[in-house]
Design a protein around this ligand. Structure first.
Ligand SMILES: [Zn+2]
Length: 480
């Protein structure tokens, strides 16, 4: 049986390392013996209590309680939040816990009402893949009170929300809704009785063996990888963000790459996986995916009247129709390898995801690609192997090009001065495919480069980075 691949492990390891590095200085102060100064966080646009709590290694409950916030959804831009010190971890009273099959750092953190960052630090875990069934780890000893026992009923308190109760019991909120027969999960009232299901032994139902979802949490605009191991060949389907997600099979493992849209609200989302075996028997499992804020820039862009005129609804509709004709392609054969090659030598002049207001309008647009500044005629190279699926002039993109790399991964190129390949042509990594230009809605010579994963625009620079964890992966290796 194949375990989680090294590449996926290192991806999660990087996510963990980055998050630990981002934990602010309160811990360092405590360790140096000085009294920790109270940290104040001023709420920024796009932030939620969840994203702030994650950033400081706190639970939403703890942050909300420290600031007397009854409803975690009600915070406002400019609000000053007191960040409670995590304190010296050595002073945390701990007990031991025997890791069970199916446990993850994330599920244990929820069970013990702490964060996975704290658990990782308590146990000096550099990577969550060091967690294995039978391992003994340290967990905070603040015990689950008797009323938190599973398989029991729960009486809703004055400050409870469904989300908070679900987090406390490590149960998906939709499960709680279904089992308790709630007509409206937003209308809980004090004294109401909820049924808390028993979580069972933590093992996945046959034929599921292992489900790896990385990175968690995933940021808006990033790529989520789902890898599923099963006991036997199955037909696997999935749903996330209320849409179907296709799986591709390689060496007996099922993979799905999901683009998280820039405007996905931070929060907890249901991931549903259904396996159908060769006898036609279906098994479904539910798990959760947490999305956090992507910390994007806000830009105001003033278009001159003659350029703004190009943004006519008809032109936009025609472009959308042409691009949508290829955006949803899912080719089961993977042609790409990581890292992707940088498509153009120029410097980045505009990053992916920036929220944009045009001519003073609302911030309802975002930059769906990465801009590379380069003079007209600069070569554009294929970042990975693929098949050309679009090569034609468009109103906004100007001369446009789209390459299908397989598994729902596509790249797009705009404002080109020339296109050097044709639709249907197989291109290889590093091949000259086009030249930079200033065609379409462009105010200077540059390459607009898009990356689509599962039809959603994602940050393509992730796929280029030299230290991007996927490059160590065996299943994505060159020639695979
Ligand atoms: Zn652009």
């Amino acid at each position: 049986m194949r375990k989680i691949t090294p590449g996926i492990r290192s991806l999660l390891a990087l996510a963990l390392t980055l998050t630990i590095a981002a934990i602010p200085s309160t811990l360092a102060l405590a360790q140096s013996g000085e009294p920790p100064a109270p940290t104040v966080h001023i709420v920024q646009q796009g932030e939620t209590l969840f994203s702030i709590a994650t950033r400081y290694g706190l639970t939403v409950d703890r942050l909300a309680h420290a600031n007397g916030i009854p409803d975690p959804r009600q915070i406002y831009i400019g609000q000053r939040l007191t960040i409670p010190a995590n304190g010296d971890l050595d002073a945390v009273e701990t007990t031991t816990y025997l890791v069970q099959a199916g446990d993850t750092l994330y599920s244990l953190a929820r069970r013990y009402q702490t964060t996975w960052q704290v658990l990782a630090r308590l146990n000096n875990l550099l990577s969550p893949d060091t967690l294995y069934a039978g391992q003994v780890i340290r967990v905070p000893s603040a015990p689950l009170s008797a009323d938190l026992a599973r398989g029991a009923s729960y009486i809703v308190g004055p400050d409870d929300t469904l989300f908070r109760i679900a987090l406390r019991y490590d149960i998906p909120p939709w499960t709680l809704t279904t089992i308790s027969g709630l007509a409206d999960p937003l209308l809980l009232h004090q004294g109401q009785e909820l049924v808390i299901p028993d979580a069972g032994n933590g093992l996945l139902p046959v034929p599921f063996v292992n489900i790896a979802v990385q990175p968690l949490p995933v940021s808006q605009g990033n790529t989520l990888i789902i890898a599923v191991h099963t006991t036997e060949p199955v037909t696997l389907t999935g749903r996330l963000f209320e849409r179907g997600i296709p799986f591709a099979e390689e060496d007996g493992v099922y993979y799905s790459l999901v683009g998280v849209h820039v405007f996905t609200e931070p929060g907890l989302y249901e991931l549903e996986l259904t396996a159908t075996d060769q006898r036609g028997h279906t098994t479904t499992v539910d798990t959760g995916v947490v999305v956090q804020s992507g910390d994007f820039e806000y830009q105001q862009i003033d278009l001159p009247a003659n350029r703004a005129g190009l943004l006519s609804p008809a032109a936009i509709a025609r472009d959308k129709e042409r691009l949508d004709a290829v955006r949803y392609l899912f080719t089961p054969e993977r042609r790409w390898t990581v890292p992707f090659q940088r498509p153009c030598a120029g410097p980045v002049s505009a990053y992916f995801g920036a929220h944009r207001s045009y001519n003073g309008g609302p911030y309802t647009s975002y930059h769906s690609g990465t801009d590379f500044r380069a003079s007209t005629g600069t070569p554009v190279y294929a970042p990975a192997d693929g098949i050309v699926v679009l090569a034609e002039p468009l109103a906004l993109w100007g001369n446009g090009l789209v390459i299908d790399h397989g598994w729902g991964v596509l790249t797009g190129y705009g404002h080109l001065s020339s296109i050097e390949v044709a639709v249907g042509q197989h291109v290889t990594r590093g091949q000259l495919i086009a030249r930079v230009g200033n065609t379409g809605l462009s105010t200077g010579s540059h390459l607009h480069w898009e990356m689509w994963v599962g039809s959603v625009s994602v940050n393509g620079l992730q796929w280029l980075e030299g230290d991007y964890p996927w490059i160590e992966s065996d299943w994505l290796a060159v020639g695979g």
